[in-house]
Design a protein around this ligand. Structure first.
Ligand SMILES: *[C@@H]1O[C@H](CO)[C@@H](O)[C@H](O)[C@H]1NC(C)=O
Length: 152
């Protein structure tokens, strides 16, 4: 019985850590993508490994060069991480070419988490993507667990 209760607690713990509650951080004019669903995988994120952000929704314009993705991480209000990458180069590495047409209903951008970030803490992560036309494509932020080790 005790074992079962412990197993249940561990299960709940794992479930709580397996998803992030994302908020929209594009508070200005309408974005170039209306996002219905956003995921980060694999989660928890691992330092030195690739992570993929997938936004599912509706594009109002093509994703064009030079689109940028910026990952910014804050811990206790201080910036502890920042990385900007060219989205079209990242897409090219997955075998997709810009422009990404509006017929696409999801955009997956994968990039490496660099070593210069705190590990095994909750980081307030902002993922901000601007399109080639300088409009914001989408922006999401949430508390993310950063792991130093690969997930089991
Ligand atoms: C996202 O990027 C745009 C363009 O660089 C910038 O104006 C905006 O403040 C950023 N938003 C956040 C929440 O970082």
């Amino acid at each position: 019985m005790k074992l079962l209760a412990l197993a249940a607690i561990l299960f709940i713990g794992a479930a709580a850590q397996s998803s992030v509650s994302w908020t929209n951080c594009a508070l200005g004019p309408p974005t170039d993508m209306r996002v219905d669903d956003f995921t980060l995988a694999p989660y928890p994120l691992c330092i030195g490994q690739s992570v993929c952000a997938t936004a599912t929704g509706t594009l109002s314009t093509d994703v064009t060069s030079v689109a940028w993705i910026t990952l910014a991480g804050k811990y206790l209000g201080r910036q502890v991480y920042c990385d900007s990458q060219n989205v079209c180069i990242l897409l090219y590495e997955q075998g997709r070419w810009c422009p990404i047409p509006t017929t696409m209903t999801s955009v997956t951008i994968c990039l490496m988490i660099k070593g210069s970030i705190l590990a095994n803490v909750d980081i307030e992560l902002t993922i901000n993507v601007t399109n080639g036309n300088n409009h914001i494509l989408f922006c999401r932020s949430g508390k993310c667990w950063l792991s130093k080790w690969t997930s089991l």
